[in-house]
Design a protein around this ligand. Structure first.
Ligand SMILES: [Zn+2]
Length: 324
């Protein structure tokens, strides 16, 4: 009996020691894990602060720049305005054709949106400018494009081209945007249009989850990035690669994006003719940050879900109002 008692004592002691070691390991793991998470959050916050400071600096350097608007006020139906709108219409049609062979999706876009119908937002309603009062006949399925005069855009605080699946129309504020940037922005929005055109009446049943919206944005920004590379004759991807390769030890996409410098933004502006612009320059800097984050994900083989995180992180903490 005594032998059995001493065995069970040893057994209980062993159990006690084991559970003590177990909880000690768990405590150390939990503390160091907490510390790790805390450190990561801290560096992410630092990254966010650095990126926002960079954007502020970059804007300050351009404080004497003002954008040009090609329609400032709600226009009268004069021949001059008609010709101007006709020219802008032709420009969009040409750009849609010009970049058709960039990716399979740009090919689909150019096939789908061969015809567009232009109007200008006047008194809150899209109106065609027909100086001789003839009604233009548009083919069925022509995509509605609505130009916003400066005055209207300022009032509504709308400075970015946007496709709305509620109105089935693409709204474009009439800011002068260099064509090398205008083409990618246009295709980004036409990519949304390709996926959602004609959903106006299905809106309620087709409400998208936040993640799907963000994933679509990530894909549209990739599409825009491809066209930017073509319009810049490869200079854009080269710049993105230089930035990402320069920070090989980055522990997160945020750290890599935060390694972008004022010189990088200035060079990107120069490549796209945006050095003397405000809003187009902001759109460009936003796209560069997204592409640097995406490139980090690709280099580290992190997949599309991580691109979604890059997009969400940037829109939440950095430049919500500048992202088309
Ligand atoms: Zn978008």
């Amino acid at each position: 009996m005594a032998k059995i008692k001493s065995d069970s004592c040893q057994y209980i002691l062993a159990l006690f020691i084991l559970s003590f070691i177990g909880s000690a390991i768990f405590y150390v793991w939990r503390t160091s894990n907490k510390e790790h998470v805390r450190m990561l959050e801290l560096t992410q916050r630092e990254n966010i602060d650095n990126i926002n400071a960079l954007i502020r600096e970059h804007n300050k350097a351009k404080s004497d720049t003002t954008d040009t608007w090609w329609i400032t006020d709600e226009p009268p139906a004069t021949l001059e305005i008609y010709n101007l709108i006709e020219a802008k219409n032709k420009q969009i049609e040409n750009l849609i054709k010009m970049y058709a062979d960039t990716t399979p999706e740009t090919h689909q876009i150019s096939e789908r949106f061969k015809n567009i119908k232009i109007s200008v937002l006047i008194n809150g309603l899209p109106q065609e400018i027909n100086y001789d009062h003839t009604k233009i006949k548009y083919p069925a399925g022509a995509l509605d494009i609505i130009f916003l005069p400066e005055k209207v855009a300022m009032k509504d605080n709308q400075f970015l081209p946007t496709f709305s699946s509620v109105t089935d129309a693409l709204t474009i504020p009439t800011i002068e945007i260099p064509e090398s940037l205008y083409a990618p922005i246009l295709f980004h929005e036409l990519g949304h249009a390709l996926r959602h055109y004609g959903e106006r009446n299905l809106r309620n049943v087709k409400a998208m989850a936040e993640k799907d919206i963000m994933l679509e944005e990530a894909e549209m920004h990739s599409l825009g990035g491809e066209i930017m590379n073509v319009t810049s004759k490869g200079a854009y991807k080269q710049l993105v690669n230089i930035i990402v390769n320069r920070a090989p030890l980055s522990r997160s996409f945020g750290e890599t994006i935060a390694s972008i410098t004022e010189d990088d933004l200035a060079l990107c502006d120069k490549i796209f003719g945006c050095s003397h612009t405000q809003i187009p320059g902001m759109m460009l800097s936003s796209q560069l940050m997204i592409d640097v984050g995406f490139n980090y994900c690709e280099k580290n083989k992190l997949g599309i879900d991580s691109k979604f995180k890059v997009y969400k992180w940037l829109t939440e903490y950095v430049f919500l109002k500048w992202t088309p």
